[in-house]
Design a protein around this ligand. Structure first.
Ligand code: RBF
Length: 340
């Protein structure tokens, strides 16, 4: 009798699983079968922005949509044809990507495939009825990094010599957001502490060559730079290694990187791309993503932040500096300090 009942309940469970789409969860039929293609402009491994993108989309899709991740690789000349192929396949109800160079590519692809919907993060494309885009206030993000860089450089060069007036930025490549927002924001933050501050700005040339990045960073440190902001994807590793070897400090960008090298990474200016991907994919699944719109979100909206509660920050940065940094962040959050 017992086993008969168990069988009946098993059959019932199987049947309801089949009826509800084999996952046993109560998801309306109208939401079944949705497909999302994620185009990674590069590779996921080593790039915080892409790791967050993949995690956020997958978490949001859960059992409501099928997600395919496609890595575009480091040859940027191939990205447009790869996105075109994704749209041409008509396999994805939504194509998601994140990169400041995607708006141009998507504008072109969208002309050829006007029914394809896109969700773009970390980029701006306004007014295309099939595209929603969201970018982060990276002037705030880089300002917070520059502010701490100047504060910490001062303590590492107590004599107040030339070294304390130069902070480092190692970027993988030059691009408009880097040159027009991130670099000036970093300099602006540093100059808020010391108006005489300069940025030693160097380019790796790609997003993966850690050996080259290490040489560049080591040269920078030999020249007297004590604190380096690294925005180089997989090549970040080399910058961190150079700083670790020479007793310099690293500012990390985009996600929490304190544990990359505790004691060397002393600050993380982050953006919540995982949360953005999650929330916007959820909006789409719920039929509420406002295509045609472009949004910019920053500190006040909790999409840009500086991680202050990590034990490695508390251990690595003296309290008086942390207090100054906290006060500056509060001024941004409250709207007293406006960095549009
Ligand atoms: N960031 C990465 O972390 N990894 C990459 O591979 C990468 N590739 C990029 C390629 C292009 C053409 C551009 C414009 C940006 C790229 N970024 C990459 C930078 C990323 O979009 C963002 O600006 C930085 O991560 C700072 O938030």
């Amino acid at each position: 009798m017992k086993s008969g009942l168990a069988f009946v309940s098993l059959l019932f469970a199987l049947l309801s699983a089949v009826l509800s789409g084999c996952d046993g969860k109560n998801v309306p039929a109208a939401e079944r079968g949705k497909t999302i293609g994620v185009f990674i402009p590069g590779v996921i491994s080593g790039s915080p922005v892409y790791e967050m993108l993949a995690v956020g989309v997958q978490a949001a899709a859960e059992d409501r949509a099928e997600v395919t991740l496609i890595e575009g690789g480091f040859n940027q000349a191939e990205w447009e044809s790869k996105v075109t192929a994704m749209a041409a396949s008509a396999s994805y109800d939504l194509i998601v990507s994140a990169n400041p160079s995607l708006p141009n590519i998507v504008s072109t692809v969208s002309e050829k495939f006007p029914n394809q919907h896109f969700l773009l993060l970390d980029g701006e494309l306004d007014g295309n009825p099939r595209v929603y885009s969201l970018r982060y206030n990276q002037r705030e993000q880089s300002y917070m990094a520059g502010y701490l860089a100047a504060l910490v450089s001062g303590t590492l060069s107590p004599e107040g010599g030339r070294a304390s007036k130069r902070v480092g930025l190692v970027a993988a490549q030059e691009y408009p957001v880097m040159n027009n927002i991130i670099l000036p924001g970093y300099l602006e933050g540093a100059r808020a502490i010391d108006p005489g501050c300069e940025v030693d700005f160097r380019i790796v040339g790609n997003w993966y060559d850690a050996a080259r990045a290490e040489e560049i960073a080591a040269d920078m440190i030999r020249g007297g730079v004590k604190v380096i902001l690294t925005i180089s994807g997989g090549a970040n590793e080399g910058v961190v290694q150079a700083a670790h070897s020479a007793g310099a400090r690293i500012l990390w960008f985009d996600n929490n990187g304190y544990n990359v090298r505790p004691g060397t990474v002393i600050g993380c200016a982050v953006l919540a791309q995982d949360k953005a991907a999650y929330n916007q994919v959820r909006r789409w699944l719920d039929g509420e993503l406002p295509f045609g719109k472009a949004e910019t979100l920053g500190v006040a909206e909790d999409y840009v932040d500086f991680i202050q509660d990590d034990p490695d920050y508390i251990l690595g940065v003296p309290e008086d500096i942390r207090k100054k940094q906290a006060a500056m962040i509060e001024r941004i959050r409250s709207g007293e300090l406006v960095l549009d």
